[in-house]
Write a protein that binds this ligand. Structure first.
Ligand code: ARG
Length: 467
């Protein structure tokens, strides 16, 4: 097949080079955006007087026809066509004849691919944020529902203080809210037009680029043509937001995997969201959460991968840039699917509230800090209170007794400043209720967190609908 650039070559391309350099096997995903960009370019050419209105109409109809062929999967997408841009141009030319040769006026594949990919990125951001917002909604809803469910909170994976399950779940909702913010701000930066930059230096033709941007729903034009065709920073933005999101999902997964173990026994996974073993008949495994955790390897690698491709490139376009797509497609698919699957996993699982409550309530020394705070109220310096309670803790562990079951006499042996009935006033419920300063784990706070989250979700949705 004749190359669009074949004029200066005397020999056909080596088949191995053809196979090595093609990108159509993956950039066919840009097809709809390429057509969108070309439709706008045709209008730009008409406006600039480079196409007669009738020619513009004919090319537009040709592009629409190609779009239909693509949708019906009837467009040949063979590697000899090099890339999706060439495939579409050739298909249009087949339909409209030599007029097809005018479509590429004032345009290079360099500004074309940069435009297509930005249009794709906006679409990807929309999908990711929609999935993320849904998951935040589920976490916030579960958070509110479980605002009074008591459980041990951990540091160093050692029981630390009582918390509410709602507080724990809401924590992830807040993290994901910031992630969505990152995606949405990436949108703002991606929302600018490269088309009109040509191969690298701009164009000799009187293109009204701002007008073209408007046609494509883009807010502005990229003002420097070298920047426009050679940077890929908005994809690094996206990949970075995706990596952080996947990291958050991975931590959530880790919690859920632990909670699903017999040792914790805090959750029961729904049969539809768990998997079995081909050998051990009794197994019910958290593969969904494990894969979300595992896929973070890919999503992190994609970020480092694109940075590595970019780091040594001289201005302006270099073919290395073709490699940008794998990373972005893969992270977009992975993070969006992870967000969606995690939503289902969470929504269907059952919390074993009694096990959680017992994990906190039966623990011998979980209320040690609350006991130290009793002494602080009696004006004992915290460091000293810590020391005294440390000794009480040692006593409890030796006797196998809970702090809340100690008698006044027993406590009195460690300090005469413990008021009467101190131990009896200690309870897991009292401990979480007392954490009422903003940010604390009390059910009241969790309730107000749910309100904040609901308004964050509204903000994200509003922004989404205005994109
Ligand atoms: N497939 C190419 C890419 O993805 C399109 C741009 C080709 N430009 C060029 N000068 N060879 O980057």
């Amino acid at each position: 097949m004749k190359k669009t650039w074949g004029g200066r070559f005397k020999k056909p391309t080596d088949p191995q080079v053809e196979a090595f350099t093609e990108s159509i096997s993956f950039d066919h995903r840009l097809a709809a955006f390429d057509i969108e960009g070309s439709l706008a370019h045709v209008q730009t050419l008409v406006k600039a007087g480079l196409l007669k209105p009738a020619e513009g109409k004919k090319l537009t109809a040709g592009l629409q026809k190609v779009k239909k062929l693509l949708e019906a999967k009837k467009l040949p997408l063979e590697p000899v066509l090099e890339d999706i841009h060439t495939a579409i141009e050739k298909a249009v030319t087949k339909i409209v004849g030599p007029l097809g040769g005018k479509l590429h006026t004032g345009r290079s594949r360099n500004d074309q691919v940069a435009t297509d990919f930005r249009l794709y990125l906006r679409h990807a951001i929309q999908e990711t944020v929609e999935a993320g917002t849904h998951l935040i909604g589920i976490l916030a809803q579960l958070g509110l529902k479980e605002k009074e469910t008591l459980m041990p909170g951990y540091t160093h994976l050692q029981r630390a203080m009582p918390i509410t399950l709602g507080h724990h779940l809401s924590a992830y909702a807040f993290m994901l809210t910031r992630d969505m913010d990152r995606f949405l701000s990436t949108w703002d930066r991606a929302n600018a037009l490269p088309l009109g930059s040509g191969a690298l230096a701009g164009t000799n033709h009187p293109f009204d680029r701002q007008w073209t941007a408007q046609k494509l729903g883009l807010k502005s034009v990229l003002e420097n043509s070298l920047d426009a065709v050679s940077d890929r920073d908005v994809y690094v933005d996206y990949l970075s937001a995706a990596a952080i999101t996947q990291m958050h999902l991975s931590r959530l997964s880790e919690d859920l995997i632990l909670w699903a173990s017999s040792e914790f026994g805090f959750i029961e996974m729904d049969d539809a969201f768990a998997t079995g073993s081909s050998l051990m008949p009794q197994k019910k495994n958290p593969d969904v959460a494990e894969l979300v955790r595992g896929k973070s390897g890919r999503v992190f690698a994609n970020l480092v991968g694109l940075l590595t491709v970019l780091k040594g490139l001289p201005l302006a376009y270099n073919r290395d840039l073709q490699e940008d797509k794998h990373f972005v497609f893969d992270s977009a698919d992975t993070v969006t699917a992870s967000l969606k699957t995690m939503a289902g996993f969470l929504f269907t699982l059952r919390f074993r509230r009694e096990r959680m409550r017992q994990g906190a309530d039966k623990d011998l020394t979980l209320l040690a800090t609350d006991l130290a705070d009793v002494l602080v109220k009696e004006d004992v310096p915290f460091r000293l209170a810590h020391e005294i309670v440390g000794r009480v803790v040692h006593h409890c562990l030796e006797k196998g007794k809970r702090l809340q079951d100690l008698t006044d006499a027993e406590l009195g042996r460690f300090s005469d400043l413990f008021p009467k009935g101190t131990a009896q006033h200690l309870s897991v419920l009292h401990s979480v209720n007392a954490k009422k300063t903003v940010g604390g784990t009390s059910p009241k706070n969790v309730e107000s967190q749910a309100k904040t989250l609901a308004s964050e979700i509204q903000k994200i949705k509003k922004k989404l609908s205005g994109l």
